[in-house]
Design a binder for this molecule. Structure first.
Ligand code: FMN
Length: 195
């Protein structure tokens, strides 16, 4: 039996050159199991600011974002926290992902956050988004959480690190994503049989 391969996309909510959240996503790419192909999306900063008026004639980047989301099985986000909230970049991309209201691009997507922040480790940003994205039809991989505090100097921009606890945390999240993807595939199979 061949191992199924899942298409995963990933972006970072931080534009900072030395971003630790970008580094966590790079680490995820480095250590991903063979069945996860993680494609880096580096253009979410080109999405327009949320404005539902744009949905009447969606600009090219927005159409591309919706299409990319619909074609993937899972989304991984490097999720920084600014003032107890997601960064505007991450929030904007995820708000657009919940549109259009009659055919939400994020629906049926497995979503996981990798967070690096200050004392709270981005827990507040992750908590709010997890509730609302779940409500919008995404399958949120909440556990085990990756909510790391003060690790910015422990992981390089390319995702390399000597800190085994960071590697273990990201690996555990990826394992949970794989489990969620297998459950989703089984669900799809059952639905196809029923129809
Ligand atoms: C405006 C601002 C607000 C911040 N607020 C929080 C916060 O509420 N919670 C937190 O954990 N870290 C907070 N931080 C610290 C960032 O999480 C930290 O700088 C982190 O490394 C940023 O992610 P990055 O390395 O991917 O750029 C804040 C940083 C800035 C610049």
């Amino acid at each position: 039996m061949t191992t199924p391969s899942f298409r995963v996309i990933a972006f970072s909510g931080s534009l900072r050159t030395g971003s630790s959240n970008t580094a966590l996503v790079r680490l995820a790419q480095r250590i991903a199991p063979p069945e996860l192909q993680i494609e880096w999306i580096d253009w979410v900063d080109q999405l327009p600011w949320m404005n539902p008026d744009l949905e009447e004639h969606p600009p090219e980047t927005l159409l591309r974002w919706w299409q990319t989301l619909r074609e993937c099985d899972a989304l991984i986000v490097g999720m920084p926290e600014y003032n107890w909230n997601p960064t505007p970049l991450a929030k904007n991309a995820l708000d657009w992902a919940t549109r259009p209201p009659d055919d939400r691009a994020i629906a049926d997507t497995v979503v996981a956050f990798l967070g690096s922040g200050g004392r709270g480790g981005t827990a507040k940003a992750q908590e709010n988004l997890s509730v609302i994205l779940g409500y919008m039809g995404a399958t949120m991989v909440v556990d085990p959480p990756v909510q790391l505090s003060f690790v910015a100097d422990k992981v390089d921009a390319d995702g390399s690190t000597d800190d085994q606890s960071i590697i273990d945390a990201v690996a555990a999240k990826l394992a949970a994503v794989v489990t969620a993807l297998h459950e989703r595939a089984a669900r799809h199979e059952a639905e196809a049989l029923d129809s």
